[in-house]
Design a protein around this ligand. Structure first.
Ligand code: AMP
Length: 194
């Protein structure tokens, strides 16, 4: 049996994690799990989870760790994750990363790689501003974008060190075209999928 391909994607908002996750999903047959998409789905359906997270997301804050950890725990129980998963937007805090580690230990698995998409904040902000015209996400308003970066800097960026210390960090330069970035992603994934 081949080893499951368990991947975490890191990088600031606008670094292209979602776009690259979809490509990895297609090429390697492992599901992309985007917590942002799951939560936006919950908001759209008007579920209790959705009602609870809607104001938090509109402000650009993080939803509570316990809540998102439960969402992930349930999602990782789905059979399609047996061959692996691509986590896009999770973990976002050190406690979330620790919870993920525990879950993986529980099912006797370990992360193949934490793939970091490195991009200047200025460039990332420009990309998000561009996205606002096409996709109209409620949290792509300029002030909310600034706040999401503050939250990312304070709560999420420390995950780079967390995964570096565990020896699973790989960094790609995300300032290039989608195709070039994906080539760099494949250069990282090649050795871990062999
Ligand atoms: P994203 O689409 O990944 O930018 O996520 C959109 C919003 O969903 C974030 O700004 C947060 O409010 C919420 N969110 C997504 N993932 C997480 C997470 N792992 N922890 C806390 N909040 C999250």
């Amino acid at each position: 049996m081949t080893v499951p391909l368990d991947i975490v994607l890191l990088g600031p908002p606008g670094a292209g994690k979602g776009t690259q996750a979809k490509r990895i999903e297609l090429a390697h047959g492992v599901p992309q799990i985007s917590t942002g998409e799951v939560l936006r789905g919950a908001v759209a359906s008007g579920s209790r989870l959705g009602e609870r997270v809607k104001p938090i997301m509109e402000r650009g804050d993080l939803v509570p760790d316990e809540l998102i950890v439960e969402v992930i725990r349930e999602r990782l129980e789905e059979p399609d994750t047996r061959t692996g998963f691509i986590l896009d937007g999770f973990p976002r805090t050190i406690p979330q990363a620790e919870a993920l580690d525990e879950m993986l230990v529980g099912i006797n698995r370990r992360l193949a790689v934490a793939l970091e998409f490195e991009l200047d904040e200025e460039e990332a902000v420009l990309r998000l501003a561009g996205r606002a015209e096409g996709e109209t996400r409620a949290d792509d308003d300029p002030e909310v974008i600034q706040h999401r970066f503050t939250v990312w800097r304070e709560s999420t960026r420390p995950l780079t060190e967390y995964y570096r210390e565990r020896g699973v960090l790989a960094t790609v330069d995300a300032s290039r075209s989608v195709v070039e970035v994906y080539a760099a992603v494949e250069a990282v994934l090649g050795p871990v999928t062999r």
